[in-house]
Design a protein around this ligand. Sequence first.
Ligand SMILES: [Cu+2]
Length: 234
Amino acid sequence: MKRALFAFLTVLIGIAVVAGTALFVAKNGAEPPTLTATAAGTSQTSNGEVKHATLELSVFPNASATQAGPNIPASTTTLVANSQQWPFYSPSTSIQLPANALVTVTIHQYDTGGQIYNNWFAKPAGTVGNTMTVDGKDVTSVAPSNVAHTFTIHQYPDSNQPYMYVSVPLPAQADNAANQANGYPTPIDVTFSFMTGAPGNYVWNCEFPCGNGYVEFGGPMSQRGFMSGTVTVA
Ligand SMILES: [Cu+2]
């Protein structure tokens, strides 16, 4: 009887340790909170008058004293990210958009870059008119040799949710761009708009090789909070 009780207590302690660890990791290893697009009235589109929403993101080359990076201590991610100077999207990589709406995204781009492997990703696609603006100018492509990151929403369509594909290249800062007081150059501002459909769950990631490891697609490239995330259309 004593032995059974001892075994039972041991199992109970084991469960408590596992549950406690899971809770600790969930609480301290969380991605930044979800960023929800801001309602901005309605807009006339080729689909008629639809809801309009806006979203603002920034891409930083690395965390610094003026711009804390994502805090994801799980498996020492933050430690590695800070020591390896991982670039990251801010303020969140978990994004929520309204369904059946026109969404206008502005991305402030602070990072340098280089040659993208696949020229397809040097052109905006899935945006209104397949265009975007760079510092206010309409463009339909950027030089494949001068890309810093991409913002690419995709997902193999589930049978119960609409297909969605939106991709824009973010032009790179010049290597000698002067830093401002915050330690980063004046951002290159990219804006683009696209329509969302019915509710669904998607993922997005950067398609520029800005990571490390295998063909620079490791590290931040696959890390939520840095160069990949989720898009919830709700
Ligand atoms: Cu990137």
